[in-house]
Design a protein around this ligand. Structure first.
Ligand SMILES: *Cc1c(COP(=O)(O)O)cnc(C)c1O
Length: 366
């Protein structure tokens, strides 16, 4: 069986370095917000071409802390509306709700699965204050168009980059302006994955940096003196140490994903399979390689019978989830079509060329 994602194989080359890091942390005897977290924050900020990085507990918290940070700074208020693509992973929407803000869902483009900037303006009300962009499946959204609308309306732009570590456009970091802030997740299956939970906020905004740095640690800058009603959401010292080992390989792992994707796009030839759109630039890091097909149940079963594991990202759109019952009456035909037809092929950096050849051959025989 070709597994969808073999994390054991993916992390195996780092094993000795991981063990060395563990020994160092044991030797130091410092387990929370130590030298490894500090080093990772510096390394990742530099990698992103940004001024600040704040390590936090996970990707969801990174988003929530951005929103709560803006609320503390008076740039957002309870009840403000945040525009967000309807087909995102539900965490983006739950983060908006967790911060007592109101998610306004909009349809994506079916060709890229990303936010359709042409549909933003019709959703703007007097309460709209921010746009949460999601670089879904690893492909950058149309940031120029989004930033233009945001600038004209004085909106904040928040980027959910949980699936897009290292995606760059025009040789530039995805952080385009002082107003934006970016949330990352280091969940093990992400392009930069820890051996447990982890997350980060990346920004050029010094005020936001300061407030989130405090909020993640009970709202305290000086121990036992609390400025805000913060939370406990710190990037773990050991996870930061493991991420410091893996970060230097991120670009080459992303390039391996692109090499596989180029082959899928060139060699999969089957009328029943719709391939994703990509301009062959480094704006895509292929966290997932997502095809569409009318009879997904049948295709997934066929692939499984032939020894290929696939996954659906995601089977149910957020607005149809039981957890979001207030949204269940809403209708998003493009989003619903995406959720009914998508299927993710294996795309990990440790997939072999022979495995890719096999997957393509089986798909072309379908
Ligand atoms: C994974 C993911 C998150 C949440 O990250 P966690 O670290 O699991 O909390 C948020 N948004 C998107 C798009 C994701 O893929």
């Amino acid at each position: 069986m070709i597994p969808f994602l073999d994390l054991k194989k993916l992390n195996a080359p780092y094993e000795i370095a991981f063990q060395e890091k563990l020994s160092n942390v044991l030797e130091n005897g410092w387990y929370i917000l130590g030298a490894e977290v500090k080093a990772f924050e510096n390394n990742f900020a530099r990698y992103c071409g940004s001024k600040y990085c704040i390590g936090v507990g996970n990707g969801f918290d990174a988003l929530v802390l951005i929103f709560k940070g803006y609320i503390q700074l008076g740039r957002l208020q309870k009840g403000d509306e945040v525009i967000v693509p309807a087909n995102t992973y539900i965490a983006s929407i739950l983060a908006i709700l967790e911060a007592n803000l109101v998610p306004i869902l909009i349809e994506p483009r079916i060709s890229t699965f990303n936010i359709n900037p042409d549909l933003i303006e019709e959703k703007i009300t007097s309460k709209t204050k921010a746009i949460l962009v999601v670089h879904l499946y690893g492909q950058l959204a149309e940031m120029e168009a989004v930033n233009t609308i945001a600038f004209a309306n004085d909106f904040l732009v928040i980027e959910d980059a949980a699936q897009s570590h290292g995606a760059i456009s025009n040789q530039q970091s995805i952080i385009e302006n002082q107003k934006s802030s970016v949330a990352y997740s280091f969940y093990p299956g992400k392009n930069l994955g820890a051996l447990g939970d982890g997350g980060a906020v990346v920004t050029n905004d010094s005020e936001l940096n300061k407030v989130i740095r405090s909020l993640r640690n009970y709202g305290s800058e000086t121990k036992y003196y609390n400025d805000y009603t913060g939370v406990n959401s710190r990037l773990d010292e050991l996870q930061a140490a493991f991420l410091n080992v893996k970060l230097p390989q991120l670009d080459s792992e992303n390039e391996k994903r692109r090499i596989i994707s180029r082959r899928y796009l060139a060699e999969i030839k089957n009328e029943k399979i719709l391939l994703p759109e990509w301009d062959f630039s480094n704006n895509h890091v292929f966290h997932l390689f997502v095809i569409r097909t009318e009879n997904r149940v049948e295709l997934q079963e066929y692939l499984y019978q032939n020894g290929i594991q696939t996954v659906i990202h995601y089977p149910v759109p957020p607005h149809k989830q039981k957890a979001l019952s207030d949204f269940n009456k809403l209708c998003f035909p493009i989003t619903e079509k995406i959720h009914d037809t998508v299927l993710s092929l294996p795309i990990s950096p440790v997939l072999t060329a022979d495995e890719v050849t096999f997957i393509i051959a089986i798909l072309n025989k379908y």
